[in-house]
Design a protein around this ligand. Structure first.
Ligand SMILES: *Cc1c(COP(=O)(O)O)cnc(C)c1O
Length: 239
C-alpha cells in the first residue's frame, strides 16, 4: 500500500528543495528560474517519481539505463510530459536503449559513445540533448573528459546530426566547506564560459552541477541545473 504519509513527505521534500534553490539564487542575485531542478530518482520506484511529478516536477534523472527505461516506460502513458535525463556512465552496449528512451544525456565523456547515440537516436524524435561530463579536479577514479580535451570533444559532438550539445556536467570530489565547494564549481564555470565563447553555440546554455550536499555553492558559481536525489527521495540503500 502506498501511503498518504509517503506522498506527503515526498511533496514536502520537494517544497524544501525548491526553497533551498530559491534562497541560494536570491543570495547571489540570480533569478530562481535560472536554475532548473533535476530530481534524481535512481533506486526509487516509479510511484515516487509519479508523486514528485504531481508536485509539478518535470525533469528526472537516472544513473542506470535499464532501471531508468523501466520507469520511463511505466510512466509514459500517465505522465507523458516528463523529461528524462541519463546522468550515469554509459557503456557501448547500452547506447541504443539510452538513445531511444531518454531526452537528455549528461555523461558523455568520449566521442565513440556520442557517435553511437547519434546513430541510434530515432529520426522521429528531436535530437538528444547532451552535456559533456568534465573531470575538473582530476579525480583519478572518476569518469569525465579532462579539461584540456573538452574543446576538441565539444567540436566533434557538435557535428553529430542527432545530438544537440547543451553544456557541461561535473561531479566534483565531495568538499567539506562551502568555500572549497565554491572553488571547484567556479573552475567549472570558468571552463564553461571559455567554451561557450569558443564554440559560439547558442544552445550551449547548461551547466549541470550541484547535488544535495553542495547545491548552494553550485548555484553561487553559476549552475543552471542542479541534480538532487537524497534531499528529495531520501537516503538510498547502500549499493
Ligand atoms: C546520485 C547522483 C546525484 C544525486 O546525488 P544526491 O547527493 O543524492 O543529491 C546527482 N548526480 C549524479 C551524477 C548522481 O549519480
Amino acid at each position: 500500500m502506498y501511503s498518504v504519509e509517503i506522498m506527503q513527505s515526498l511533496l514536502s521534500n520537494l517544497e524544501a528543495v525548491r526553497q533551498r534553490v530559491a534562497v541560494a539564487a536570491r543570495d547571489c542575485g540570480r533569478p530562481a528560474e535560472a536554475v532548473r531542478l533535476l530530481a534524481v530518482s535512481k533506486t526509487f520506484p516509479a510511484l515516487d517519481v509519479q508523486t514528485i511529478a504531481q508536485g509539478g516536477q518535470i525533469d528526472f534523472g537516472e544513473n542506470y539505463i535499464q532501471e531508468g527505461v523501466e520507469k520511463i516506460v511505466t510512466l509514459k502513458h500517465t505522465n507523458s510530459l516528463l523529461v528524462w535525463h541519463c546522468i550515469g556512465p554509459i557503456q557501448s552496449n547500452k547506447t541504443k536503449l539510452a538513445a531511444e528512451n531518454f531526452d537528455w544525456v549528461h555523461s558523455i565523456d568520449r566521442l565513440k559513445i556520442a557517435q553511437r547515440l547519434s546513430e541510434q537516436r530515432p529520426s522521429g524524435l528531436q535530437p538528444l540533448q547532451v552535456c559533456l561530463q568534465v573531470n575538473v579536479d582530476g579525480g583519478a577514479t572518476k569518469s569525465g573528459v579532462a579539461p584540456d580535451e573538452v574543446l576538441a570533444l565539444a567540436q566533434a559532438v557538435m557535428q553529430l546530426p542527432q545530438l544537440q550539445l547543451r553544456g557541461l556536467m561535473t561531479i566534483p570530489e565531495p568538499a567539506v566547506t562551502f568555500e572549497l565547494q565554491l572553488q571547484l564549481h567556479q573552475q567549472t564555470k570558468k571552463l564553461f564560459d571559455e567554451l561557450k565563447s569558443q564554440l559560439s553555440l547558442e544552445a550551449f546554455d547548461t551547466l549541470s552541477m550541484g547535488m544535495t550536499a553542495d547545491l548552494e555553492a553550485a548555484i553561487h558559481a553559476g549552475a543552471t541545473m542542479v541534480r538532487v536525489g537524497t534531499a528529495l527521495f531520501g537516503q538510498r540503500d547502500a549499493v
